[in-house]
Design a protein around this ligand. Structure first.
Ligand code: HEM
Ligand code: HEM
Length: 233
């Protein structure tokens, strides 16, 4: 907790892999939503974005176990009681600084990752009743892949709502609480009260070579999934 007026110190929080993951995800998500809505020939680009997002989510799940301190699930998955207490404080006048994701933001990260993985998974098995089917649609009946496409459209809407809430929360921090989380997601450095900054400065760093290796494995895994029918006829 911090009283307004206390001096803040910058300290490294987001490792490079988290930052690359986030801004790549945002770019692919925006293109996927636009091309999904346009349909027609744009669906080819849409599918590539979907494979990219699946790769990023796979990477992020593993990075949540082996990445830098604040990338780890153990650092930001809080109990519902803790999340409630945090929300109450934030809606009032006080402002609780946290080193990584706050207890509410942590649950939003989990929800977004789960829904993005589900959405990409549904896309793989879907058939849109016009001309496009996902690469794995042949492994389920036509009726099932049409139903999965309906779910894909539904989850697309849910994801848009969650992304909207996520962006609204970031703007709330900026304009109401005066904390710029967006800059931190670009630079990796967060402005924190001295005690938290000292903690962050000595926290476990993410290893870039390990991150690149995990990303490589995620790319290979998605390539195998997408090309499964050709590889294992
Ligand atoms: C321009 C729009 C966006 C901005 C400005 C933005 C900003 C941010 C910021 C500042 C954080 C860190 C929050 C914190 O300090 O706890 C964050 C985290 C995150 N955002 Fe966004 N975001 C945007 C769009 C999106 C979209 C569209 C998605 C996905 C659909 C998304 C998914 C995530 C995820 C998964 C994290 C957690 C990052 C990690 O721990 O790896 N964001 N975002
Ligand atoms: C997480 C990644 C993905 C996101 C966020 C996403 C999102 C969307 C959205 C918002 C739409 C528009 C739905 C509407 O018309 O209301 C859509 C449509 C579509 N998506 Fe995805 N999608 C993803 C991955 C995939 C993948 C991997 C595939 C196939 C391999 C796929 C195949 C399709 C098809 C064929 C449509 C057209 C549906 C139609 O004809 O209306 N998507 N998607």
């Amino acid at each position: 907790m911090r009283d307004s007026g206390q001096a803040l110190v910058t300290a490294p929080v987001w490792d490079a892999m988290v930052r690359v993951f986030h801004w790549s995800l945002v770019s692919l998500f925006v293109i996927a939503v636009i091309t999904g809505e346009i349909g027609g020939n744009a669906i080819q680009v849409h599918m590539w974005c979907g494979y990219g997002i699946l790769t990023l989510v796979l990477f992020r799940v593993v990075w949540g176990f082996v990445g830098g301190e604040y990338a780890r699930f153990t650092s930001f998955v809080a109990s519902p009681m803790r999340a409630l207490k945090f929300a109450r404080g934030m809606l009032g006048k006080s402002h609780e600084y946290v080193t990584g994701h706050n207890p509410i933001g942590g649950w939003m990260v989990i929800a977004l990752l789960l829904l993005l993985a589900t959405q990409a998974g549904l896309g793989l098995f879907s058939y849109d009743e016009i001309s496009t089917s996902g690469p794995l649609a042949r492994y389920v009946s036509e009726e099932t892949s049409i139903t999965l496409m309906k779910r894909h459209r539904l989850i697309g809407d849910v994801l848009l709502i969650l992304a909207g809430l996520h962006i609204a929360a970031v703007l709330f921090h900026l304009f109401v609480k005066g904390e710029n989380l967006v800059r931190a997601m670009f630079t990796g450095q967060k402005s924190l009260p001295p005690a938290l900054a000292a903690q962050a400065s000595t926290a476990r760093r993410g290893s870039i070579p390990l991150g690149v290796a995990v990303l490589g494995v995620a790319i290979a895994t998605v390539a195998v999934i997408v090309n499964w029918p050709a590889l294992f006829k």
